[in-house]
Write a protein that binds this ligand. Sequence first.
Ligand code: SF4
Length: 297
Amino acid sequence: MKITRLDYYDKFKCIADRCTDSCCIGWEIDIDPETLAIYQKEEGELGEKLKMNIHNGSFILTEDERCPFLQTDGLCELICRKGDGFLCEICREHPRYYEYCDDHIDMGVGLCCEEACRLLFSEKHPLELITEGEGKLDEDTLELLTLRAELIKKVQDASNSLDELFFSLDKNIFQFWDAFEPYDDRWSITTEHIKECFDRLVAKQAEFDAYMKKRSCEYRHLAVYLLHRYFMRSQYCAPSVILRGISLYMKTQYLWDLYVYHTTGKFDSADRIDTAKYISKQIEYSEENIDMLFYGA
Ligand code: SF4
């Protein structure tokens, strides 16, 4: 098996209580059967607490949708008491992703996590793909990997403008936005505001691009992340289908960023992490929305 990761992957470490956005809030946490069996055998006070807080193989969330083991200091009680190895698979793996193609895996950290965003956007050099492992890949996979490497090179070449591919704005994007399942109210409220002031946003584009000039590599990094994460899905459809979806994602991100700049007069690195994390949660962590992005509307 060959595994490809982006070069910053190895720097990732959950920042736990320093995170403003614990990922244990608001998600259903299914416990894998192996870990569930371990939890059921746990004895003593912790064993009792586990039994009382698990139903049908999932943690019973509190009224405010927190995991019952998420402490008020933002740390996980299970890690504090038993170490990382005691976690169920989903908690141990989050926010990592694995995309499979033949005997090849793309492995990375998803942007729903603010630390993953911080690492991606703070990179000052062009990102590199690192491939390790053994395995013989079929010709189709090798062809796709070669095509992806060429696209990544093109996207990272500062002499290539990304405007046409990612930032030429038109209202057609709204039909995708309307079809998405909203992650929360912020999606519906902000998309309505963006629609209302779309013409003013387009008029502001040149000013925003000048403001972002020194940080334009952030969009190149995002494009590389998306190519790494999704391009190999071209094993199931034409590469143009996946590229169109990536372009829609980039346009969505860019319009949201432009909207923040339009309404606040700034777009700093905290705004960058906030919007990237939000768009990722909205699109990437719903299979329906990902299908809509690539194959819908
Ligand atoms: S969002 Fe990322 S940094 Fe924050 S608690 Fe989750 S994994 Fe850790």
